[in-house]
Write a protein that binds this ligand. Structure first.
Ligand SMILES: Nc1ncnc2c1ncn2[C@@H]1O[C@H](COP(=O)(O)OP(=O)(O)OP(=O)(O)O)[C@@H](O)[C@H]1O
Ligand SMILES: [Mg+2]
Length: 492
């Protein structure tokens, strides 16, 4: 046995986030960790990596008790991690990022960049990763960032690598790169603890799976002994997913984007139309400009050419303020960066875009505010201590639900969704899909961007392909396979 936890517990504000956890990881195994949003997965990881201290229990490593009270100690033990919230510094180069939190190599009182670069390069080579280490993190694509995180994690001897939702925001194709690296690590005998909400990855990669529910451990099973339905059942009290009916009849065109070119050149030509009642999927490989196109339409990213037509009205210079006024909502993936303010309460985050609605004659109707926010929390089953809690304290998936709740508050007629279910558990994912369908059925329109092609195939009526900054084919989502869609995503 490599790692064993005995009776580990952790409380926040008097509530158990983890209770009496006894689980073990074998040397060289890939161990999956699953559970609904807020089940305690990241909390366990933060305990194992010295970010949080434990309240009760102990950790055994190679059979002996170890104390892990800070990240440095955790690394010394041989545990490395890629956290759910990535921690690369955008303006730092690959080498600088790989050395974050580590002592720089010096010779003669100077930083020896050459030696450091060589170390990083050697690690990258041993893992079969090829990225430009002189580029800043901001210049890297999402999969390249994940690769850099892996290099960072593997810089010193590592016997347990923990990955907390590593494929969120990676496309299938890009995830393959990661899976290949995981295969290499397994061959080297590194054990891996793998956290994800994507069930097919769990079944493809892991040897064993541990299930958490409400801070408690349900059990550990051999992957080959369970089916996907059984596993989801164990996580969610036997909840069953509801399939979302697709449509092929729609109302008038509600939103149209024509010849959109972003000022930074990432979007070269974006054209799309979405009608009332329609969920339009937009899919492309990483770097194809799908997110950026949505940002242009919303007005978040400046455009150099093109126009947006909303309900027949032309908007030549979209801006977020105008979008909100016009009932266009952007639900985006980057929680920390754009969509959520961690230090504000859950209530203030949910009401962020519609505070005006609650002010009457200069007085804020706090009662109504609280009621409306609470109602959204319940509708989306957001797991919180109270609506006054700071958003940053929520689990990753619950933060994403707050972002979604905020969009719903403005009662938009157009939903621009960019990975709205990233980090969200299977149950809520289904719930969000169902809600969007309902919104479309009520006469609204939805544009849905996801890096997860299976998700697009589940939810979209039609799919618009994007290749290198340009929109391409429009596919009707009928008997389409992933491979067929992917075939359109490459340059011809
Ligand atoms: N710093 C904190 N302060 C207060 N509560 C916290 C803190 N960190 C976590 N919690 C609470 O602990 C519980 C478990 O959270 P955790 O992040 O471990 O969930 P998770 O299983 O990783 O969920 P997800 O799938 O959404 O990432 C949640 O209810 C969360 O709100
Ligand atoms: Mg988490």
């Amino acid at each position: 046995m490599l790692l064993k936890t005995e009776h580990i517990s952790k409380q926040f504000n008097g509530v158990y986030a983890l209770k009496d956890i006894n689980f073990e990881i074998l040397p060289g195994e890939i161990h999956g960790l699953v559970g609904e949003n807020g089940a305690g997965k990241s909390t366990l990881i933060k305990i194992l990596t010295g970010v949080y201290s434990l309240d009760e229990g102990k950790i055994l490593w190679d059979g002996g008790e170890v104390s892990i009270s800070n990240p440095v100690q955790s690394r010394q033990v041989g545990i490395n991690v890629i956290h759910q919230d990535r921690i690369l510094i955008p303006s730092f180069s690959g080498v600088e990022n790989a050395y974050l939190g580590r002592e720089y190599i010096t010779s003669g009182g100077r930083i020896d960049w050459k030696a450091m670069e060589k170390n990083v390069r050697d690690t990258a080579e041993s893992l079969g990763i090829d990225i430009d280490l002189t580029k800043t993190a901001a210049e890297l694509s999402p999969p390249q960032k994940t690769c850099l995180e892996i290099i960072r994690a593997m810089m010193e001897d590592c016997r347990l690598l923990i990955l907390d939702e590593p494929t969120a925001s990676l496309t299938d194709k890009e995830s393959e790169i990661l899976f290949r690296i995981i295969g290499t690590l397994k061959q080297k005998g590194t054990a891996i603890l793998y956290v994800t909400h994507r069930m097919d990855e769990i079944f493809r990669l892991t040897d064993r799976i541990t299930i958490f529910k409400n801070g408690a451990m349900v059990e550990t099973v051999n992957t080959s002994d369970v089916t996907k339905d059984e596993l989801v059942g164990k996580m969610t009290d036997q909840w069953k997913s509801e399939s979302i009916a697709r449509k092929d009849r729609f109302g008038e065109v509600l939103l149209e984007a024509e010849g959109i070119r972003s000022r930074d050149g990432v979007v070269r030509e974006g054209n799309l139309q979405v009608r009332r009642g329609e969920i339009l999927g937009v899919f492309g490989l990483g770097g194809s400009g799908r997110t950026e196109l949505l940002e242009c339409i919303y007005g978040y990213r400046p455009i150099a050419a093109g126009r947006v037509i909303l309900a027949g009205k032309e908007i030549t210079k979209p801006s977020p303020a105008e979008s909100i006024r016009n009932g266009v909502a952007l639900v985006c993936e980057d929680r920390r960066g754009k969509a959520m303010i961690g230090s504000l309460s859950i209530k203030d985050n949910i009401l962020l875009s519609c505070i005006d609605k609650y002010a009457r004659g200069g007085v804020l109707d706090e009662k109504r505010e609280a009621l409306d926010a609470q109602q959204k929390v319940e509708a989306l089953q957001i797991k919180i201590a109270g609506i006054g809690q700071r958003a940053i304290e929520l689990s990753g998936g619950n933060q994403q639900k707050v972002v979604f709740a905020k969009a719903l508050m403005t009662e938009p007629q157009v939903f621009l969704c960019d990975e709205p279910t990233q980090a969200v558990d299977v149950k809520t994912r289904n719930e969000i899909h169902r809600l969007l369908r309902q919104k479309a059925d009520e006469g609204n329109a939805v544009v849905y961007v996801s890096s997860d092609l299976k998700e697009i195939l589940e939810v979209a009526d039609n799919i618009r392909i994007m290749v290198r900054g340009r929109t391409a084919e429009l596919l009707k989502n009928e008997d389409l396979t992933s491979n067929e869609v992917l075939a359109y995503c490459y340059d011809k």
